[in-house]
Write a protein that binds this ligand. Structure first.
Ligand code: PEP
Ligand code: MG
Length: 580
């Protein structure tokens, strides 16, 4: 039967392929009765899985010694849960007495414990049921032999047809894990339009629809799906006529994309001869190829945390240096802006967090990003040293995320000085004049931008977080995504304020949030005075085309008028006129 689902259009384009359902390990284990002679073997299988997860947690704990105390406490708690007889021993009784397979025995016991926790009045205790679930999920995945959420090796089925990932939830770590598997698209029940899961889809240039609510339950494995990423529509089991219509649309889109590629070597110059810098946002060294292919003049944002998501511990200085070295070398003299870790909120070093877990805490306002880095001086030094060492190999800038207070800049500059001194002591070379910039993505920083202009060499506007914090909407939560409005007058006022103050102070300012890659806003931003845009490589050709068709001298007075409007709808109308 054919049916249609509607969700959030987070990454444009059309994909046609077979559904590839991603399981949630704890919910979908097989239920097997073990023959009596195999029971003791099953017990050993269970104990082996338990001990390997215990070893993993213990190693993580040792590596985390110098990390923020709450991460350590979190691992301690999981270790405790893992050793509790309720989880370590009762499932063995179930295997022996009821002859259940290990996964099933464990999940039965987990369900019992979770039900008990849910009845406790104390909120803190009730929330521990999440920890129990996480620990059990980890053991189940060990038993199943695949430690990552995402199964399957290739984005094609054995016949070479495209696969479309259908999941309840995908963390940014999951998406990174299947980045090189070439899935045609992915769709999920939860997730917001500027969540990092959505950002990764745009970066991979594949269509994606999030916030579909029930797709994971309604769609069966191997059903044929059409994903229309621009309209946020999913058509399951389409009839022949609809299929042909979408195949035609898909090939038209592909022709348009390949035409735009011809602009690769052209300069991004406006009709009135203003040179605009178009740079690439990347997440890992292998993205350099796409950045170069797109014609980017450099990397405007390297989100360093993505390489290490879900691995359980912080990377060493050497591991980081290796990654940064590859990017700097690959960009071959072009500027590379390396952002220090922006961990926390929806990006975790731990593999087991789900969107539901994260929503319980309000993590976007918590210990994330530079706040987290400053609480872990050893890890921060390791990162700063690695970036500084890479600066010797090309043109590197350092970017500090999520600044809100002047003292965070002062502390970061002091940490940088310390890293420089230690490298000098170790006789290791680095660029003594390395530039350091800050992300303006908290409304307080936007309003008090002078504080940052005085202390830093450049600014970069993170519109994803700036909009999240200005409009008080969780960027990962599809339930409030209808309130996401980049054209809200408050957002435009902040953007224009940052850009004009930076231009007046002659401090370079760029934009690296998702708005920079939205061609419908290019003229608005040019009219505000923005001259540097950083975006997913796949978006560069379209933005370049828009820049080349724009006349800034005409746009400036029109945009000044738009900025006086107070209704989003009127602003939208005027922007449409601007784009005609
Ligand atoms: C932003 O917030 O706009 C940004 C570029 O950073 P991230 O999306 O990684 O939070
Ligand atoms: Mg941000």
């Amino acid at each position: 039967m054919s049916f249609t689902l509607h969700g959030l259009a987070v990454s444009g384009g059309i994909a046609i392929g077979q559904a590839h359902l991603i399981s949630q390990a704890t919910l979908e284990v097989s239920h097997l009765i073990i023959p009596p002679r195999m029971v003791e073997k099953e017990v050993i299988r269970f104990e082996t899985a338990l001990s390997s997860v215990r070893n993993e947690f213990t190693t993580m704990r040792v590596n985390m010694e110098h990390s923020p105390t709450d991460i350590g406490a979190f691992i301690d708690l999981h270790l405790m849960i893992l050793s509790d007889p309720e989880l370590a021993e009762v499932p063995i009784q179930i295997i022996r007495e009821r002859r259940c397979n290990a996964e099933w025995a464990l999940v039965q016991q987990m369900q019992l414990l979770v039900a008990q926790f849910d009845q406790i009045d104390d909120m803190y205790m009730r929330e521990r049921s999440y920890d129990v679930r996480q620990v059990v999920e980890r053991v189940v995945r060990e038993l199943l032999g695949h430690p990552n959420h995402v199964s399957g090796k290739s984005g094609k089925n054995p016949k070479g047809e495209n696969l479309i990932v259908v999941a309840h939830d995908l963390s940014p770590g999951d998406v990174m894990a299947f980045k090189d598997r070439h899935f045609a698209s992915f769709v999920t029940d939860v997730g917001g339009a500027t969540s990092h899961t959505a950002i990764l889809a745009r970066g991979m240039g594949i269509p994606a629809v999030l916030g579909l609510h029930n797709a994971r339950h309604l769609i069966r494995d191997q059903e044929i799906i059409i994903v229309d990423g621009s309209r946020g529509v999913l058509i399951v089991n389409p009839c022949q006529r609809v299929l042909e219509e979408y195949q035609l649309k898909k090939s038209q889109l592909e022709i348009e994309r390949s035409k735009l590629k011809l602009l690769k070597t052209a300069h991004a110059t406006t009709l009135d001869r203003i040179e605009i810098d178009l740079l690439a946002n990347i997440e890992e060294p292998s993205d350099v190829a796409a950045a170069l292919e797109s014609g980017a003049i450099g990397v405007g944002l390297f989100r360093t945390e993505f390489i290490f998501l879900g691995r359980g511990d912080m990377p060493s200085e050497e591991e980081q240096f290796e990654a940064y070295r590859k990017v700097v070398k690959g960009m071959d003299g072009r500027p590379v802006t390396i952002r220090t870790f922006d961990l926390g909120n929806d990006k975790s070093i731990h593999a087991d967090e789900t969107t539901e877990d994260r929503k319980r805490e309000n993590p976007a306002l918590g210990l994330r990003s530079i706040r987290l880095s400053l609480t872990a001086p050893r890890s921060f030094q390791a990162q700063l040293r690695a970036i500084l060492r890479a600066s010797k190999l090309g043109k590197v800038n350092i970017l500090i995320p999520m600044l809100s207070h002047a003292h965070q800049v002062d502390q970061t500059l002091a940490a940088l000085e310390q890293a420089k001194s230690s490298l000098r002591r170790d006789k290791m070379a680095f660029d003594e004049n390395i530039k350091i910039g800050g992300m303006i993505e908290v409304p307080a920083a936007a309003l008090a931008v002078g504080v940052f202009l005085r202390r830093l060499d450049f600014l970069s506007i993170g519109t994803n977080d700036l909009i999240q914090y200005t409009l008080a909407i969780d960027r990962t939560d599809e339930q409030v995504s209808n309130l996401y409005d980049p054209l809200h007058p408050a957002v435009l006022t902040l953007l224009s304020h940052i850009i004009s103050r930076a231009n007046k102070a002659k401090v370079p300012v760029s934009m690296c949030g998702e708005l920079a890659g939205d061609a419908s806003l290019t003229r608005l931003l040019l009219g505000m005075g923005l001259r540097q845009f950083s975006m997913h490589p796949a978006q560069i050709p379209e933005i370049k085309q828009r820049v080349k068709q724009s006349d800034v001298s005409q746009l400036t007075p029109l945009v000044r008028r738009i900025l006086r409007l107070e209704e989003s709808v009127k602003i939208q109308e005027q922007i449409e006129r601007l784009n005609r």
